[in-house]
Design a protein. Structure first.
Length: 278
């Protein structure tokens, strides 16, 4: 497999960064991740736009424009010739002379084979909660310290993931967005302190197709009274959240609206774009 590093394509086993990079010294950098499905880069423009927004928030200057990144991606996908994959673009803090101040970023694109789940039935997951808000939540940074630190606790609680909240107001998962379905069939996702996920945006756009979807404030009490709940991400698509901190959400089963939203999302993916591989 090839990766793109700074200004050229390199075999993955030969791609290296110096230890002075702020990604290593301080965990400073941004990234974005998206899927290649049957040769199609799903929602790539949205992901590249978000990468640029994250870089701007973190005061990092990308060495390539979005148009240039499109060209690099086309060449990388063609060279690797893997139809289903995950693609990660990373912009680091650069080789800092004092291990603190950002300099010229290092730019990486890594492609890894990824099994695409085409199951039309949402996976059911149990979650726990933890009081925490990410630094600069509008940016997709490489700092996942809290989520990784909580992995042992998540396993101890027989949970699949952890939902962050502050004073009872929920925000996001470490790698996913959160939605509830109210008793009135309103579909709500947290408006504050959450990364604007691309799959989250696809769900919000379904307000034009008969679903009552919106951003708003969600509390732990709201979840206890919810009819359904689900999470969204680029790799997980939509998964049904059926239990939180050991208590059922709704009837503890996948809801009809969650199931319908996944069906719409899969349909849109199949209609999206054209293959860029031969």
């Amino acid at each position: 497999m090839y990766v793109f590093l700074n200004n050229g394509f390199v075999e993955q086993e030969h791609a290296t960064l110096h230890i002075s990079d702020l990604a290593i010294q301080r965990g400073y950098g941004v990234f974005d991740f998206f899927r290649l499905r049957k040769g199609v880069l799903l929602y790539v423009e949205d992901h590249l736009q978000r990468l640029m927004r994250s870089a701007n928030i973190m005061h990092l200057q990308s060495p390539y424009s979005i148009n240039q990144m499109h060209q690099i991606l086309r060449e990388l996908v063609t060279k690797n010739d893997v139809a289903n994959a995950g693609i990660r673009i990373i912009l680091t803090g650069g080789y800092s002379p004092d291990a603190y101040e950002p300099t010229t970023p290092n730019f990486l694109i890594v492609q890894s084979p990824l099994q695409i789940d085409d199951n039309t039935e949402p996976k059911k997951v149990n979650i726990m909660t933890h009081e925490f808000v990410r630094d600069l939540p509008e940016a997709k940074t490489i700092n996942y310290s809290m989520g990784i630190w909580l992995l042992n606790k998540i396993k101890e609680q027989n949970a699949h993931d952890v939902l962050y909240h502050q004073n009872g107001v929920v925000s996001e998962f470490p790698r996913s967005n959160f939605f509830i379905v109210t008793q009135k069939n309103e579909i709500i996702t947290p408006a504050a302190n959450a990364l604007k996920g691309i799959t989250r945006q696809r769900v919000l756009e379904l307000r034009n197709e008969g679903f009552d979807v919106k951003e708003g404030k969600i509390t732990l009490q709201d979840i206890a009274q919810a009819k359904e709940a689900f999470l969204t991400s680029s790799t997980k698509r939509i998964q049904a959240v059926v239990q939180i901190d050991g208590k059922k959400i709704g009837d503890g089963q996948t809801g009809e609206i969650t199931r319908a939203l996944l069906a719409h999302l899969i349909m849109k993916e199949k209609q999206y774009g054209t293959a860029i591989t031969a």
